[in-house]
Design a binder for this molecule. Structure first.
Ligand SMILES: C[S@@+](CC[C@H](N)C(=O)[O-])C[C@H]1O[C@@H](n2cnc3c(N)ncnc32)[C@H](O)[C@@H]1O
Length: 370
């Protein structure tokens, strides 16, 4: 591998594990992740059947057509398997602990599953009638203070980002979409994070997770790095409330604010992460957010990024990506697919170190060079 190729690869660990311990870990990992894939795939299949029935009573929607190749189920399973294999390798290399993604009691699982299926007809109705502005029609409340682009029923989800019910259902819905692989995609950036922390005292590292939602990355990051403190920022008070409830650590603090107007002084953070935000932002706002990330990062600091694949990242997936905004209300996704993130970041002094596709996501690290 040449020097140019090396630059494009995320760091890897190199701790060796005794064979028996390794076998026990692998079995535990396979059982946990395998049961998650099965659970969410079953929900996805049941949802598909439900939608088929519901659609008979709903207005016809335009035919959904892919613009490019769509990977087979087999190919997608192979990519999920590769993602999990890399994830397990990182655990074995001692980069982060064995994940306990979305562990729920039987009661919680039953309640969430019930809430999920209760919401399916609502999502189908919005999709069929093009109703993606319901959150905007509700009586005045805190929603009015939020930017217009944000006040929409993204994904046709009930209440958009604006209720605790939506926040409690969000992770489950996303996992149904991504066959239980969401958390492993987020963890891609824990590898470079571990590498950064190797050279530092964790207690002195200032970390910010932008658009932290219910804490999907902040929580595992603080679990992986036990002396690290982190700030989770989001515009949704209800999502932050759920993040607070689930985090159970004093090392996490939360700020309700806009990513495009960060309430921090210049050069405040060593590491900033951002997961699944950029595809939900209008192009102008994306640029503002990057300018803000650059402003509040320290020189030499890292911006760790995870979001959807873009067109051309993995050409076999291009058609699948083009289906997403036809199925879900994702008003800014098509512009995201074509956005040149490397040069947008570079314009703000954030140089791309590496980028790696992982199933339907891309993970990357940008370093502030000026
Ligand atoms: C798709 S979710 C991703 C959440 C989380 N990062 C994850 O990995 O699940 C998008 C999140 O971005 C937040 N968000 C959207 N626009 C924002 C903005 N301009 N400023 C701050 N947060 C924003 C939403 O409230 C929501 O929690």
């Amino acid at each position: 591998m040449g020097a140019a190729d090396e630059k494009l690869q995320p760091p890897v660990g190199n701790k060796s594990t005794p064979p028996l311990l390794s076998l026990a870990r692998r079995t535990r990992y396979a059982l946990h992740q395998g049961s998650r894939v099965a659970l969410y795939t079953l929900h996805s299949e049941a949802m598909r059947r439900m939608n088929k029935r519901i659609q008979k009573d709903l207005p016809d929607t335009p035919k959904i057509t892919p613009d490019g190749p769509v990977p087979s189920q087999r190919r997608m399973l192979a990519d999920i398997f590769k993602l999990f294999a890399d994830d397990l390798q990182a655990v074995e290399d001692g980069l982060y602990p064995m994940p306990s993604d979305g562990t729920m009691t039987a009661r919680e699982l039953l309640d969430t599953s019930r809430a999920f299926f209760k919401d399916v007809p609502e999502v189908a109705r919005r999709r069929a009638t093009g109703a993606h502005q319901e959150v905007n029609e509700e009586p005045a409340g805190f929603a009015e203070a939020l930017p217009r682009y944000y006040r929409q029923n993204f994904h046709f989800q009930t209440d958009g980002w604006l209720s605790e019910d939506s926040a409690k259902l969000y992770d489950f819905q996303v996992d149904v979409l991504f066959s239980g692989a969401t958390a492993a995609m987020r963890r891609k950036v824990l590898l470079p994070f571990a590498e950064i922390l190797k050279q530092k005292d964790q207690r002195k590292v200032a970390y910010l997770d932008i658009a932290c939602g219910t804490g999907g990355l902040l929580r595992p990051a603080l679990k992986a790095f036990p002396r690290l403190k982190g700030v989770g920022l989001d515009l949704s008070e209800p999502y932050l409330n759920v993040a607070r409830e689930r985090a159970k650590t004093r090392r996490a603090s939360y700020v309700t604010a806009m990513a495009e107007n960060l309430p921090f002084a210049d050069g405040s953070f060593d590491v900033i992460s951002c997961v699944f935000l950029f595809h939900e932002l209008p192009p102008k706002v994306r640029r503002k957010v990057l300018a803000e990330v650059s402003r509040v990062l320290k020189p030499g600091g890292s911006f760790l990024f995870v979001d959807s694949l873009q067109t051309g990242d993995v050409p076999d997936y291009d058609g699948l990506l083009s289906l997403f905004p036809q199925l879900f209300h994702e008003p800014y996704y098509n512009s995201y697919l074509k956005e040149d993130l490397t040069s947008l970041c570079s314009d703000e002094g954030l140089e791309e170190r590496w980028m790696t596709p992982a199933f339907v996501s891309r993970a990357a690290e940008f370093v502030k060079t000026r």
